[in-house]
Design a protein around this ligand. Sequence first.
Ligand SMILES: Nc1ncnc2c1ncn2[C@@H]1O[C@H](COP(=O)(O)OP(=O)(O)OP(=O)(O)O)[C@@H](O)[C@H]1O
Ligand SMILES: [Mg+2]
Length: 370
Amino acid sequence: MSQTKLSIVDLTKRYAAGLEPAVDRLNMQVEEGHLVALLGPSGCGKTTTLRMVAGLMDPTAGSITVDGKEITHTPVNKRGMGMVFQSYALFPHMNVEQNVAFGLQMRQTPKAEQKKRVAAALDMVQLGHLGKRQTRELSGGQQQRIALARALVVEPTLLLLDEPLSNLDAKLRETMRTEIRSIQQRTRATTLFVTHDQDEALDMADRIAVMNGGLIEQFGSPTEVYERPRTHFVANFIGQANFLQATVVSEVGPAGAGESHYKVDIEGLGGFGAVGSAGLSGSHELVIRPHRLKVTVANAADRDAIKGTIERVSYTGDALSVAVKVGGKTFNTQLLTSSGDLPRPGDTAYLSWSPEDAYILPVNGKGPAS
Ligand SMILES: Nc1ncnc2c1ncn2[C@@H]1O[C@H](COP(=O)(O)OP(=O)(O)OP(=O)(O)O)[C@@H](O)[C@H]1O
Ligand SMILES: [Mg+2]
């Protein structure tokens, strides 16, 4: 049985009267042992949320409960949480071991145990050999790992990570991503992980909370938020998307999991099949992911294929992005490269897709929090 570790109810933060709330009635339930990514654009309230959970900032309204116990106003040092800040400040006047031991010292853990746990935490981030180093003698990536060890050493009830990989180059980011995830799974520490990098969130998280303007637009597994976005914002923020305006013509039949097959009329293009949650009607946006679009240059066998003109081709090594113009609308498609001829701008192309890959967004405009 899964258990709720952290429950956030109607959490609100208004920095000053008259300002829009930075966090606006945010609700979230986090299961024990899960890593939840808070994902959203700059300024959407990620750090503010984390600081309220950590106890570094008082909420204006709402409640925070951990293990069934309300801690909304519990002081920070009584919460037993581990945190890595957005700027992962280590204490510059202490060496690596002293940095990692800091939380244990605060808790007055016996010296011998401190030593053992610091060594174990440093091993966990694979920096056991650097215990005596001064922090200024470390690379950025090593500092980030020390910050992580410092947060893990207290065996936190909750691990709060605010963009812990923000200062690393692309390659090290990926290595650290894997490392954090495996440490997190080994220790089963329930973790809130703030990022504005969608790949990081998709790769690492058990659940993703997609935030926009101080609230959660969607909370779900990586596949849910990617395959079944609730709103335009979510579809657009997580990966690339083509949006088409459509009107539901008829609900054809069940498609499983509370969804239906539909006939829709796509603006300017005519009748097509699509899927979406059951019971939809009226005007909605359709989402089709670029790599789900099929592009053929030769005359298409598929009668439903629509004819367009290749507008732009960009080659990125393993993939090919091809923009195809149909009427006034540009479709972004993505193909795996093969050794054959590349399509050229100006060529005629045919576009098609499976009805299952045209997803009807259930909520028009900015959706309510789910
Ligand atoms: N101390 C403060 N006083 C007033 N407004 C603040 C304060 N701190 C943050 N804000 C505002 O609150 C909103 C949310 O800020 P927050 O730092 O939570 O965003 P974020 O999602 O962490 O962004 P980023 O990805 O840039 O770190 C922003 O509009 C920000 O300008
Ligand atoms: Mg932030």
